[in-house]
Design a protein around this ligand. Structure first.
Ligand code: AP5
Ligand code: MG
Length: 191
């Protein structure tokens, strides 16, 4: 199985690049943000509770997202591999993911990090907020809070994967197609 983590701060392009990669490599896309928004859309209790965190730009509790990922993987057991987008976001999530993949007799193949500076992220997300309807794209304060959550809680997992020689950072600024080519180059080097 080819199991990739697309890593990076809010607005780095994880969703945009995942869409391209799933088509090229026939992978299943797991975006915990998309799964949480779908729960909210469906009006479930989980979705409503998660939305309170999302609206403030804070992370949703680990147990909630780990459970969602487990369910998704179990219902796509025949997949050729997965792209994890926006997950894991904390060390406990990374440890839980390793354990879940181990149950599937597989592991993370590589972690590709999209590196983009904070001001560019704020610019991208405020622009998207004009049309996305995403509750967390509406104010600069919320967007910067998402970025600070990333620095405090998510960035440490870069070290977790660097220690396993699995992390590769990629410049996330520039043309979407060029960034995609760069990602494919790394994936093809192990695949
Ligand atoms: P989530 O949905 O994961 O959002 P995020 O990581 O904050 O970031 P985005 O999805 O906004 O950005 P992206 O990197 O996917 O970039 P995109 O391609 O969209 O999480 C939302 C919330 O859910 C979290 O804050 C948290 O509350 C909760 N949550 C989710 N997962 C969780 C977890 N595991 N644990 C706990 N809580 C969790 O691109 C962004 C914009 O930039 C788009 O408009 C795009 O068109 C544009 N763009 C893309 N590439 C380029 C480029 N190269 N140049 C110019 N513009 C570009
Ligand atoms: Mg996304």
């Amino acid at each position: 199985m080819l199991n990739l983590i697309l890593f990076g701060p809010p607005g780095a392009g994880k969703g945009t690049q995942s869409e391209k990669l799933i088509a090229t490599y026939n992978l299943k896309h797991i975006s915990t943000g998309d799964l949480l928004r779908a729960e909210r859309q469906a009006g479930t209790e989980l979705g409503n509770q998660a939305n309170e965190y999302i609206a403030k730009g804070e992370l949703v509790p680990d147990a909630v997202v780990i459970g969602m990922v487990r369910n998704y993987m179990q219902s796509h057991a025949e997949a050729a591999g997965f792209i994890f987008d926006g997950f894991p976001r904390t060390i406990p999530q990374a440890e839980a993911l390793d354990q879940m993949l181990n149950e599937f007799n597989t592991s993370i193949s590589m972690v590709l990090g999209l590196e983009v500076n904070e001001d560019e992220l704020v610019k991208r997300l405020l622009l998207r907020g004009q049309t996305s309807g995403r509750v967390d794209d509406q104010s600069e304060e919320t967007i910067r809070n998402r970025f600070h959550e990333y620095l405090n809680k998510t960035l440490p997992i870069q070290g977790y994967y660097s220690d396993q020689n699995k992390y590769h950072g990629i410049n996330g600024l520039g043309e979407i197609g060029e960034i995609n080519s760069e990602l494919c180059k790394w994936i093809d080097s192990v695949n």
